[in-house]
Structures are given as structure tokens and as C-alpha cells.
Design a protein around this ligand. Structure first.
Ligand SMILES: Cc1cc2nc3c(=O)[nH]c(=O)nc-3n(C[C@H](O)[C@H](O)[C@H](O)COP(=O)(O)OP(=O)(O)OC[C@H]3O[C@@H](n4cnc5c(N)ncnc54)[C@H](O)[C@@H]3O)c2cc1C
Length: 355
């Protein structure tokens, strides 16, 4: 069986981002790479959105960028503007096409369906696949989004609605998210922060139908695309093995308070490529222990007091747009952290800290 210098298990966002970063930095000129991926074919399956706090390789896969966003509760609405860090959405279909086209030109890169098809004994392995099924009783961010198209121009395409809590909460945390890709096209998502055991929360079609009709006031539309997902808001056990480096969600690249992962994956890929010649000696990449600590406390409060979360999120966004974006994108300094922490209700956070 053929041997490879590098093996990437899972050719999704993290696996392909890493392969691309290796390729464009000429690290695969005289090294071989095997990508193990089970899917039959690539097609648009997700929309990855984030604040662009640093340059990445996929500007040409961006559907749209925005400088304005709002957050709503049933009582109030707050609008923020930021020209420095636009919010961007990436079309995963374009992302897969771009990367696969580039990788197909290098004969040192091969795709396989199963690890058993190659000899990986002496390879450096990057793994993006969870080793076991994850606990449904833990906290998840689960959602369904639909890209809708309306016959008339309805949306203000310059502003996104990041969180709209003006909806049924059903004793959990629930909000809608609207990204207008054009005047008559938008991705509308219903998002829950809860465990995955209560299937009654998953009547997503009905939730979206009611929200589009009653909150957005849209009667006629067609659905172009649907995405559905569940992001674990907890860290599954790492596969601890000398030769295996975990990447992507399996490598703890998800920011647990928000589910944002895409840009952390890009940063991790750059880190790996920079250290590729001594990767087994390099420290384990981490996007910031302080965020992991703060998110843990935040999620404890969320689980204990779901009814307080719309107001807590709303107040958090009362900080300056730079501060909140940098905080949510793991780029804040100590003063910005303190600014955010100051917006939190002290007593319940202190209780969560010590319990
Ligand atoms: C619908 C959806 C929308 C999201 N939106 C955002 C967003 O807006 N912003 C953001 O920052 N994050 C978002 N995320 C979170 C995160 O960015 C994505 O989940 C991202 O795809 C994680 O990358 P990954 O490589 O870890 O996992 P994946 O992209 O899921 O890649 C894993 C790959 O492994 C393959 N695979 C599975 N089992 C095996 C096996 N046994 N052997 C080989 N291959 C296997 C899969 O087919 C897949 O291609 C979203 C997640 C989902 C599900």
C-alpha cells in the first residue's frame, strides 16, 4: 500500500483549508498528501459567516460583506456599524470548488474514501473527524437556515440582523438570524441553544414559515437552499495520539459561546503550515485560553438562566462595535475584555464562576 508524508482525515472545511494552505505555500512540491473523505461529491452545504478580523484565502468565495448589524429583543433594537471588520458570508460550494481545482493540479495529492486504503504508519496525520458520537444531553447550537428569494425587493441589503430574540423561547435560548444577500434574497435561520434531546424544538420549517410571514412580513417567496446543523458547544475528548493532530471542530476550533469556527480553522491552518517541518514538536495551537474560560462561565449562566439571555446578549452589544467584534473573534485586549465583562449582570456570573 502506498505511503504518504501527510494524511488529512476529513476533507471538509478544516481538511481542505489545511491542504490548500500547504499547497499555496509550496509545502507539497516534494511531499505527498492523502485526503480521506467519505462524501461522494462536493456541493454547497453550509454558509460560513464571520467578522473578517484578518486576511484569509477565500475572499473570492464571499457571497456578501456587510458593515452594519442589528440585535433585537421583543422590547428594543440596537444597531452597530463597523467599517474595519466587515461581516462576511462564504459559499461553501465555491470554497470546495476553488480548493479542489487547485489540489487536482498537484499529482502529489490523492483522495481516498477510507484510511485502510493507504499505509499511514509513518505519516503525520491531521484529523477532523470526531471519534465517537457526541452526547445529545450537552449544550448545542442547532439550527436550520433557508435562502429565500422574493418576487419584489424587500430587504435592506446593507444590514444584517445578527440575533432577533423577538420569538418564542420555549424555556431555552432561541433567535433568528437574517443575512440579506440582495434586495430580494436572504438567508434566514432559526437558531437554538439547547440540548438535542427535545425534538419538539426542531420544527424548524414551521418556525421559519411563521417568522418570515409574521416578523418579516413576507408572504410570497421561494426557497433556493436549505442548511441544517448542530454545533457542539462543548469540547469532545481529543484523540491523543503522538502522530495525530486534531483540526477543525474535532481540534477544538469552535468558539463555544458563539459556534464561530471558520476563521479559527484558517488561523490553525496557517500555524500548522508555518511549523510543518517540526509540527510534532510545536505546541498545540489554541485560539486563547482566556476565551475558553470566559465562555465556560457564560455557558453555565446560559444553561441556568436561559430566560435572561436575550437581555444579556443585547447588553453585550452595547459595547463599541470594535470591542464586541474583537471579543467574539478572539482578538480583544484586556481593556476590551473588561468592557464586555462589565456589561454582564455581576451576581449571576459570580455565582456561575464559583459553582
Ligand atoms: C450548517 C452549518 C453552518 C455553519 N456555519 C458557520 C458559520 O457561519 N461560521 C462559522 O464560523 N462556523 C460555522 N459552522 C461551524 C463550522 O465552521 C463548520 O462546522 C465547519 O464545517 C467545521 O469544519 P470541520 O472541517 O471541522 O468539519 P466538516 O466541515 O464537517 O468536515 C469534516 C469532513 O469529514 C468527512 N467525514 C466524516 N466522517 C468521515 C470518516 N469516517 N472518514 C473520512 N471523512 C469523514 C465529512 O464528510 C466532512 O467533509 C457551521 C456548521 C454547520 C454544520
Amino acid at each position: 500500500m502506498k505511503e504518504f508524508n501527510y494524511v488529512i482525515i476529513g476533507g471538509g472545511c478544516a481538511g481542505l483549508s489545511l491542504a490548500y494552505e500547504l499547497e499555496i505555500n509550496d509545502k507539497l512540491k516534494d511531499k505527498t498528501l492523502a485526503i480521506i473523505e467519505t462524501r461522494e461529491k462536493y456541493k454547497r452545504d453550509k454558509t460560513w459567516s464571520f467578522w473578517r478580523v484578518f486576511n484569509h484565502n477565500f475572499d473570492d468565495c464571499v457571497i456578501k460583506s456587510w458593515n452594519n448589524f442589528t440585535i433585537n429583543t421583543s422590547e428594543s433594537s440596537h444597531e452597530l456599524t463597523n467599517k474595519k471588520f466587515p461581516y462576511q458570508s462564504i459559499d461553501s460550494g465555491k470554497f470546495y470548488n476553488k480548493i479542489n481545482l487547485r489540489l487536482s493540479k498537484n499529482s502529489n495529492i490523492s483522495f481516498f474514501k477510507n484510511l485502510t486504503e493507504i499505509n499511514s504508519e509513518n505519516s503525520i496525520i491531521f484529523n477532523s473527524v470526531f471519534k465517537q458520537s457526541l452526547d445529545k444531553s450537552e449544550l448545542w447550537q442547532h439550527f436550520q437556515g433557508i435562502e429565500i428569494e422574493t418576487p419584489n425587493n424587500i430587504f435592506d441589503e446593507e444590514i444584517i440582523n445578527l440575533m432577533d430574540f423577538n420569538c418564542d423561547q420555549r424555556n431555552d435560548v432561541h433567535f433568528f438570524y437574517t443575512l440579506p444577500f440582495g434586495k430580494n434574497k436572504a438567508l434566514v435561520e432559526t437558531t437554538w441553544l439547547s440540548d438535542l434531546e427535545d425534538e419538539s424544538l426542531m420544527d424548524y420549517d414551521l418556525q421559519l414559515e411563521n417568522y418570515i410571514k409574521n416578523n418579516l412580513g413576507i408572504k410570497k417567496y421561494k426557497i433556493n437552499f436549505t442548511e441544517r446543523g448542530a454545533i457542539p458547544l462543548f469540547y469532545p475528548p481529543l484523540e491523543n495520539h503522538d502522530k495525530v493532530i486534531n483540526i477543525g471542530s474535532a481540534g477544538r476550533m469552535t468558539r463555544l459561546s458563539t459556534g464561530y469556527t471558520f476563521l479559527n480553522i484558517q488561523e490553525h491552518s496557517k500555524f500548522i503550515v508555518k511549523n510543518i517541518d517540526n509540527i510534532n514538536e510545536a505546541k498545540i495551537f489554541n485560539f486563547g485560553k482566556k476565551y475558553q474560560f470566559l465562555d465556560k462561565v457564560f455557558l453555565k449562566v446560559l444553561q441556568k438562566h436561559p430566560e435572561k439571555m436575550p437581555k444579556i446578549f443585547f447588553n453585550m452589544f452595547k459595547s463599541s462595535s470594535n470591542t464586541i467584534i474583537k471579543f467574539l473573534s478572539n482578538k480583544s485586549n484586556m481593556f476590551e475584555d473588561i468592557n464586555i465583562i462589565n456589561k454582564m449582570p455581576k451576581l449571576i456570573f459570580l455565582k456561575a464562576l464559583f459553582n
